[in-house]
Design a binder for this molecule. Sequence first.
Ligand code: NAI
Ligand code: MG
Length: 354
Amino acid sequence: AVHKIAVIGGDGIGPEVIEHAIRAAEAAARKYDGAELQWTRLPWSTAYYKQHGRMLPADGWEQLTAYEAILFGAVGDPSVPDKVTVHELLLPMRRKYDQYVNLRPAYLFAGVDCPLKNKKPGDIDMLVYRENTEGEYAPVGGNLYPGTENQIAVQTGVFTWKGCERILRAAFEAAQKRPRKKLTSITKSNAQVYGLGLWDDVYNAVRKDYPDVTSNSLLVDAAAMDFVRQPEVFDVVVASNLFGDILTDLSAAVAGSIGLASSANINPTKKFPSMFEPVHGSAPDIAGKGIANPLAAVLSAALMLDHLGLAKSAQGVRDAVAKVLAEGKVRTRDLDKTSTHTTTDMGDAVVAAV
Ligand code: NAI
Ligand code: MG
């Protein structure tokens, strides 16, 4: 079968890294699954905005529904507020296409320096399932008397039984397929009694359906400490929107580099396209220099291959990345300050390893 994929490179290093993700995914899909991937590059970006006054065409959202998946680089440019770039293209996508699972793996590869002492490759091997459509990021709230000393702002967290249940089930199902079969639910119901209280109620109901999974509930502050002190205890971690956002920057940092952190925004029902993107942004400080690490994008493409049902290809990409990092012959500057290797050197090495 032919898989139709929309590619939005976006801004800064986005288009630079995404081309290498395409090359690696294509090579692996051909070799391991005999599958054909058909790429449609869409120029939606800050440059597009400057020309057309909008981040995407009027029928852009409709256009995207014709694709099985979206491979996304990053948006954001110092010349235009993030309110436009990030808020008109990236954030609406998660809600419009009901991409309620934000999956962010963290893995310590051999050959990557870990900022924590005495950690071996594989000691960090977790999948964080972040709720992506509601919780603390629900656009609910208001502002009274702005600009005065009487200003009052209210920001409401919205937790629904259905919203909590679907992310918790996705996480439990993922835990069932992993060798350790462990799950940690992140909470703060001791302080946020209503929203996170509901989260805990759903967790306690849902866990009964997965007796083969060993699960526990952990307060987010304790979790932050353990991500640093003993990340090896975590397997699958499931968290609300805000807690998942913060904890995954931490998990990316302890696993070595933001240049390796991949993510998926998944609509498991497949009613709408899912979107795959590196965790990092457009990195204006290094854009155009050809030195960005493409591996976060490459590993995001591997998550896309999983979603397309091409599991062998996905593993092929991950094995190729692991091989290149373990050999250590090619390292971008985020992995080794003294290195002079380019984005293309790294992309070439991965394709060769595939
Ligand atoms: P950033 O992730 O773009 O960069 C942070 C630091 O990490 C920079 O020093 C950068 O050089 C480095 N870095 C990032 N990716 C790298 C890679 N692949 N290889 C080597 N080094 C890398 O975050 P920042 O600077 O806060 O944001 C820049 C712009 O990107 C902003 O406009 C922001 O809103 C946007 N952004 C967009 C995201 C998206 O499209 N998903 C996510 C995060 C930020
Ligand atoms: Mg974040």
